[in-house]
Design a protein around this ligand. Structure first.
Ligand SMILES: C[S@@+](CC[C@H](N)C(=O)[O-])C[C@H]1O[C@@H](n2cnc3c(N)ncnc32)[C@H](O)[C@@H]1O
Length: 250
């Protein structure tokens, strides 16, 4: 069949429009489900912490956009959990990849950046007061001391930790900061636990595997998944675990 010249010209354009609408709709749907997965996680996690009587602060590592920060705030308030919030971010986007273990097509230096001023106005737009949270601006190499509880103006009693800094090297720094702050019953969550490289174990998962290898005092009980991409754990004191398993003999 012979299409008139005009129709021939129009069909590909129309197809292109349909295709681009479909891609747009797919992206919108995935963004919606990813948001919902996180919202569900925060509601369940804060409900569990409240139910089990585990007080303490909420610390988020990787906060640009303030999406998860706002979800955490809303869930804590909804569950009547008194967590104070901490936001740790460079507010300049991702640092450069530091090696193979950071390698991922989505983690590009300088991406995902939001100024501290914009972060504060997004938080204010949902009714958060500056007294509800502390924002610690800077790269983790400068803002998180490698060990100990010595730096003033840092949280020392945490109930929920949300690690969303994508890179292996950043997650290693966060886990070093967390090590002396681990407590029985707290929740540690990784937004990108299942975002790994095609040909190697990398990213947040690798950082966690290495961290677990050196952990003698605490175990991590798999808890709630976060959408398709993240995973959370409940921290358990090994001494209490052994006592539960073997009675008072330990
Ligand atoms: C995926 S974004 C966080 C998204 C945020 N949780 C949300 O829901 O809107 C990752 C963030 O991690 C931060 N980040 C990664 N590595 C960092 C480092 N070493 N020091 C400070 N911030 C870092 C980046 O600045 C970026 O804002």
């Amino acid at each position: 069949m012979n299409f008139p010249q005009e129709l021939k010209r129009l069909v590909p354009v129309k197809l292109r429009v349909i295709r681009s609408n479909a891609i747009h709709a797919l992206r919108r749907d995935s963004a919606y489900y990813e948001h919902e997965g996180r919202r569900e996680f925060f509601q369940k996690a804060f409900r569990g912490l409240q139910f089990n009587g585990i007080p303490g602060d909420y610390a988020e590592f990787g906060c640009c956009g303030a999406m998860t920060f706002r979800l955490a705030y809303a869930a804590a308030r909804q569950c009547a959990h008194s967590a104070r919030l901490w936001a740790f971010d460079s507010f300049q986007g991702l640092p450069p990849q530091a090696g193979q273990a950071d390698s991922h097509p989505m983690w590009v230096e300088g991406d995902m950046s939001m100024s501290l001023k914009d972060f504060r106005s997004v938080c204010a737009s949902v009714g958060m007061k500056e007294s509800d949270y502390t924002a610690v601006a800077g790269f983790y190499g400068d803002t998180l001391e490698p060990a100990g509880l010595s730096t003033p103006n840092r949280p020392d009693r945490l109930a929920l930790v949300y690690i969303d800094c994508d890179l292996y090297s950043s997650t290693v720094q966060v886990l070093q900061f967390l090590a002396p702050r681990l407590r029985h019953g707290m929740v540690v969550a990784f937004d990108d636990y299942f975002c790994t490289s095609a040909d190697a174990v990398s990213g947040e998962r690798l950082a966690m595997l290495e961290f677990l290898d050196g952990q003698t005092d605490f175990a991590f009980l798999p808890y709630l998944p976060i959408g398709w991409h993240g995973m959370s754990f409940i921290v358990e004191n090994r001494r209490l675990l052994n006592r539960a398993a073997h009675g008072e003999k330990v």
